[in-house]
Write a protein that binds this ligand. Structure first.
Ligand SMILES: [Zn+2]
Ligand SMILES: [Zn+2]
Length: 117
C-alpha cells in the first residue's frame, strides 16, 4: 500500500505539511536527524518559505518548522496518521470487520493493539 509521509510535532500535534512524499519515511527520518542544521539556517536568516528537496522524492521542507518546534518530539507520520516507528500491521477488527493498524512499537511482543477508530 502506498502512503505519503510528512513530519509531525507530537507535542503540538502540528504537521509540517509535506505533500506527495510517497514512501518517504526514511527521508523524513533524515530530515529530522538534520533538524539542528535547519534551525541554524533560520538563525542565519535563511529567507525562504520552503526548501525544495528533489531526490527519489520531492518534498517541500519548511525550515521554520524546525525552529518553531525546537526541542519538541518530531516524528515521521503518514497520511493515515501512523508513525513510522509503530508496528503498523493491518489487522481485521472482530467487532466492526474493518482493518485497523497496530499502534504499538515496531518491535513489540504479543498481541497487536489496533488503533481505535
Ligand atoms: Zn511543537
Ligand atoms: Zn503490532
Amino acid at each position: 500500500m502506498s502512503s505519503c509521509w510528512d513530519i509531525v510535532c507530537v507535542d503540538c500535534k502540528a504537521k509540517m505539511g509535506i505533500e506527495n512524499a510517497n514512501g518517504a519515511a526514511e527521508l523524513m527520518r533524515v530530515l529530522i536527524a538534520g533538524r539542528e542544521g535547519f534551525e541554524k539556517l533560520v538563525e542565519k536568516g535563511l529567507d525562504s518559505g520552503t526548501l525544495e528537496i528533489t531526490a527519489d522524492h520531492m518534498a517541500c521542507v519548511i525550515p521554520e518548522f524546525f525552529s518553531e518546534h525546537q526541542g519538541h518530539l518530531l516524528k515521521p507520520i503518514n497520511e493515515y496518521g501512523r508513525y513510522d516507528d509503530q508496528c503498523g500491521k493491518y489487522v481485521r477488527c472482530e467487532n466492526c470487520d474493518a482493518s485497523h493498524y497496530c499502534v504499538l512499537a515496531s518491535d513489540h511482543e504479543g498481541e497487536h493493539q489496533l488503533k481505535k477508530p
